[in-house]
Design a protein around this ligand. Sequence first.
Ligand code: A2P
Length: 278
Amino acid sequence: VTQSSAAKAPRTPTLPDAQTVTAVRHYTDRLFSFRVTRPASLRFRSGEFVMIGLMQKDEKTGREKPLLRAYSIASPSWDDELEFYSIKVQDGPLTSRLQHIEPGDEIILRPKPVGTLVHDALLPGKRLWLFATGTGIAPFASLLRDPQTYTDYEEVILTHTCREVGELTYGSELIESIRSDEMLEELIGEGFADRLRYYPTTTREESPKMGRITDLMRSGEVFDDLGVKPLEPGTDRAMVCGNLAFNLEIKAMLEEYGLREGANSEPKEYVVEKAFLD
Ligand code: A2P
């Protein structure tokens, strides 16, 4: 190798917006969560997402470039680190590689949080419904650890529909940790845990409550189980995050209940966001 050809060879790029992985946990062969260092300047509203990813070689040019996807921040805004909850898709462009990260590895994180699953996009109400399927629970993991969620609403209901029981672990451990969180209790007041309701369901494996949440709403079962009335625009607010088919179906149902879709610029009664599926 001559000097000139060495000088022309592409240099290893320095990772732009690199953050270091601090922890990884695998839940099932389809799901894992991980934590990364938080850029000192990053401020975000509970429920927002950022673009994260890895460097990847462009087949045509041979240059390394970032491969990025939208990931909801699952950690609360007061946390020193950032937490994410992800699907693993064996032939997915990003998650086929991302699932192998380990503490000490670097990922790319663009520090520009955005999103519609935020308190600002909803008008004041009495009861907040958080409807999730699969990894769609991630933004709610942040919102449920935000004291504002409990000061703004008298009651908060999280529904989580997954295929299998093992896919509920992240959510059930989250709810347990929130209910026993002394700092949250000090901030919000004693008994706040009773105002947080959790309604997990599975569709492809036996569990105490089976069925899609949409079907359980149509039949009225979920309202009977929780002892609350079906949604009404005067009292109920909703945030939705899941797969596309679910989002579309529940959106139509919420409209039938009389709720209207809100946005940051125009708060209304419900908001929707698609969970990332590689
Ligand atoms: P099902 O098993 O009946 O398809 P996924 O892992 O594919 O994203 O699905 C997560 C959960 O969302 C599954 O329990 C799945 O149920 C459910 N689901 C899929 N489509 C809909 C829909 N249109 N309405 C309600 N739930 C849905």
